[in-house]
Design a protein around this ligand. Sequence first.
Ligand code: 5GP
Length: 194
Amino acid sequence: MDLLKERIMKDGTALSDTVLKVDEFLNHQIDPELMVEIGKEFKRRFSNKKIDKILTLESSGIAPSVMAGLEFGVPVVFARKRKSLTLDDGLLTADVYSYTKQETNNIAVAEKFITPGDNILIIDDFLANGEAANALIHIVKKAQANVSGIGIVIEKSFQKGGRELRDNGYHVESLARIESLSEGSIKFLDEVTN
Ligand code: 5GP
């Protein structure tokens, strides 16, 4: 998605060889117009899929997911991060190790929001090692629902998540794929399609 790549080049910062900061438009300040375009692009890329609901993770997955939800005309559910292991009643839960924060969070979705047979599009802001996506897949499976696809705003293709998810048969669409962040320079994977 050229608009997104241009914005990453303009406002993104390679904090290290592995971490990209995009606080200007996605992770802290949010650009609503860009989010609208991201929602349309997800709709275009998953137009042949049956999607009943979108599932994401708080907080940075919410903005792109809501815009996609508007395009598909479906509700958006976000998994909540929980620090303490309080009552699990009526909850679908999974553990996620956060690569950027170096901590494990337990995430939870109320059972009533994902029901057996639902076709779920998973969306997240970043894909790195696949921890977040796999935890969301785990929740969908626990609910006996189906994963229709995985939509990612920014994939860091040099980390293993995208390859593993595709090898496992999931339809992954990433709107920008980064090949490298070495020496402070952001390089995209050259490709026409996914
Ligand atoms: P994964 O779970 O695939 O290892 O990493 C994805 C999650 O970690 C995303 O939900 C995102 O919040 C965070 N993340 C991973 N890499 C980056 C990065 O380079 N920049 C930012 N801003 N977040 C990242």
